[in-house]
Ligand binder design. Sequence first.
Ligand SMILES: Cc1cc2nc3c(=O)[nH]c(=O)nc-3n(C[C@H](O)[C@H](O)[C@H](O)COP(=O)(O)O)c2cc1C
Length: 360
Amino acid sequence: MDDHIQQAWQFYKSLGSPKFICAPMVDQSELAFRMLTRKYGTTLAYTPMLHSRIMTESKSYKDEFFTTCPEDRPLFAQLCGHDPQVLIKAALMIQDQCDAIDINLGCPQGIARKGLYGAYLLEKREQVLTIVKELKQNINVPVTCKIRMFKDRKRTLDLTKDIQEAGCSILTVHGRTKEQNKDFVGQCDWTIIAEIKQILQIPVFANGGIYTWSDVERCLQETKVDAVMSSEALLENPALFSGEIKDLNDLALEYMQFAKQYNARLAEIKAHLFKLLYTGLQIFTDLRSKLGSAKTYEEHLEVVIELKNKRADVPKEDKLGWYKRYQNFKQPQNNKDKSLQKLENIIQQQDLLIQKNDPQ
Ligand SMILES: Cc1cc2nc3c(=O)[nH]c(=O)nc-3n(C[C@H](O)[C@H](O)[C@H](O)COP(=O)(O)O)c2cc1C
């Protein structure tokens, strides 16, 4: 085993060989949310993507978007950008407060095309490899990468080998192409992740297609990766990695405490509450509007408390996050369990009430 591979494993083990990872998420994997998911089984978390150029130009950007605390470890800070010198400068600003610097090679948005980063940079093989090499030589924490796959399987496999060779210590693979975005998200390909895990020697994390705890177990088993990273399912259920079913309203209340303690931004709070309270807000649509127009921390908290009180009579419907519940609703009548049946009755009553008040 060459030195780099050995160091990569030493590094991964020094973090406690984390298996359950909170993904980097702009406006959503902020300190407060990371601390909540860590409480419920996340063993490594990523910051939201930080723009390397803006970070080096604006102290207020860094102070607003990169916040952490001693308990927020292990932590990988994710950067985007295409200029190795700028990426190095940004990495040097935060390397003392994180365990690794991750390069975003997966963002599929139009803004990433304009700025030449994320999945668009991934197409520039030489530039990617230069960035990994230069960063590795110039900073004192390991460099990791998060990629999407190409449509061309061989091209993906070849590039991952090159990235490893260039000095990447951990590779996260999102098993979708950059075209699988927005309305075209579709299936995540775990077979390519399994293949990458087989051919690489550094630790590999799988990302994509995780909705439930059984998906987590299945993904580990089918791909043999070292860890599983989740994004959207964790947003809906921050306790996903505990493997237990928790009350989403209680989790929302707990999130609000963390949000206060760690000064979450209102945009982050609002976006979290819409996902956390998804089912309740489908039933109590007045609260959905109230959440939409909430302007202060207290107004957001009020919605969480009001919803909790209104839901007191509703059975525990937070079985598996909204995605699975939606599937349950589609099951034939006699397959539904009693609590789902009761919940559906409540929704129907609400619909009738809405129709009565709004005859249109
Ligand atoms: C709200 C949101 C913000 C995201 N921001 C980032 C980001 O900053 N960096 C990144 O690499 N991926 C980002 N992603 C992509 C996720 O990290 C992840 O790759 C993708 O959602 C697939 O994982 P999932 O199937 O578990 O959701 C974001 C996704 C969401 C939903």
